[in-house]
Design a protein around this ligand. Structure first.
Ligand code: HGY
Ligand code: MN
Ligand code: MN
Ligand code: MN
Length: 409
């Protein structure tokens, strides 16, 4: 369907602001950790908007929510979506933009009296962030048959809560009868969360794929001892080994170069007291690279260093994989259409990989999938200062509108 429709940027902005009130932090950020009360408040708000737009809302047994708009014909929908859960120090765009833009596309088409041949859907997937429950993206993993439902429901979060119980507690345990619907194609609008588009003066990112992601939890067990009386040669200092591993990870990323990144985001010492040699350290290591071979090399080198350092200090080391995803390419014809549509709309567009994980990488296993990026101010995300100007959000939503109406004919 050829059209010159444009979204209503002010309405899109207003929904983004309204959703940001669910889990609003006093410092202006957003904290909607998966399956918390704030997540429930956000879910209730979005489901209400879906119903106001006349969408048929289905909630599956892992809490994924899909709003469906009938087409002129039946059949698998063209789906837009993302997530509405956030990290603890989140902003108002990561995930939310893709879902709010999907609603805006539906409303723009409804106002214009346009009914596409194929049905359209707007979805948000449970626990994209993985900040509370790992692995991340377990909602879209279940939705695409890549993780058993039981495994997701049994997941125990960093706070000791069980995902299945939390889903029931917030009223989103859904309906086991809601299976895994077929999807004709999936398009996700998302903020870049990195510096490239803004730094190079582009408005739209035609995302070629998502880099590989490796999340590991290391538990280091040594011996608590007196900080003053214990000679250095007699220590089994779990905190020291954790610090060595963190420093090694940082150096390793520099040595490997390219897109390699390494992050020790969580580190807990026990007993965490000024005058006690730490007996235990629990830490996470996040390694990513667009090049899977290089990522595997980084994993091997980090594992070897951690084992050698632990042995030398006389501490034990246990390793647990929290998530491991190979790089995922998006459908080349769709990436090309994102690029071409951006140009038709006179929006400067650049092809680039995604540094962050996204639900689109899971949908890519079951249908042609792609992503549209818009710039992040200062390249900042997973930070309360996350910001993307409303005209850039609207530009991304215009590309989404045009692409999905094309795919739905
Ligand atoms: O970590 C990620 O890339 C995503 O935000 N869950
Ligand atoms: Mn996201
Ligand atoms: Mn995120
Ligand atoms: Mn993400």
């Amino acid at each position: 369907m050829r059209h010159n429709l444009r979204v209503n940027g002010a309405r899109l902005q207003s929904r983004l602001e309204r959703l940001a009130e669910a889990g609003a932090r006093p410092d202006g950020g957003v904290n909607r950790l998966a399956l918390t009360d704030a997540d429930r408040d956000g879910r209730d708000l979005v489901v209400g908007w879906m119903r106001d737009l006349g969408l048929a809302v289905a909630i599956d047994a892992v809490g994924n929510v899909v709003g469906l708009r009938a087409g002129r014909e039946d059949g698998p929908p063209v789906m837009m979506g993302s997530h509405i859960d956030t990290v603890l120090t989140g902003g108002r765009y990561d995930g939310a933009l893709g879902v709010m833009a999907g609603l805006e596309v539906i409303e723009t088409l409804a106002e214009a009296g346009c009914v596409t041949r194929r049905p359209l859907a707007v979805a948000f997937f449970t626990n994209e962030e993985g900040a509370r429950f790992q692995p991340d993206m377990f909602g879209s993993l279940v939705f695409t048959g890549q993780l058993p439902l039981a495994a997701a429901l049994a997941t125990v979060g960093v706070d000791g809560a069980t995902a299945g119980e939390e889903l029931r507690r917030i009223g989103y345990a859904g309906d086991a009868a809601v299976g895994r619907p077929e999807v004709h194609a999936y398009v996700e609008l998302h903020v870049e969360q990195g510096p490239t588009l803004e730094a190079e003066g582009f408005v739209i990112g035609a995302v070629e794929g998502v880099q590989g992601i490796s999340w590991t939890e290391l538990t280091i067990s040594g011996q608590a001892n007196h900080a003053g009386t214990t000679p250095m040669r007699m220590r089994h200092d779990a905190g020291y080994v954790a610090a060595e591993i963190a420093t090694f990870a940082r150096r390793l990323a520099g040595e490997i170069g390219g897109h390699q990144v390494a992050t020790v985001g969580a580190l807990t010492l026990t007993p965490n007291l000024v005058n006690v040699v730490p007996e235990r350290a629990v830490m996470t290591v996040d390694l990513r690279n667009t090049d899977n071979a290089a990522l595997k090399d980084a994993e091997r080198r980090l594992t070897a260093f951690a084992a050698a350092t632990a042995a030398a200090e006389g501490v034990t080391l246990e390793s647990r994989t929290l998530a491991r995803f190979d790089p995922v390419p998006f459908a080349a014809p769709l990436v090309a259409r994102v690029e071409a549509i951006a140009r038709e709309l006179d929006l400067a567009v650049k092809r680039l990989p995604s540094g962050a994980g996204h639900d689109a990488q899971m949908l890519a296993a079951v249908c042609p999938a792609c992503m549209i990026f818009v710039p992040s101010a200062g390249g900042v995300s997973h930070n309360i200062a996350e910001y993307t100007a409303s005209d850039l959000c609207a530009a991304g939503a215009d590309v989404l509108l045009r692409l999905v109406t094309e795919l739905a004919e």
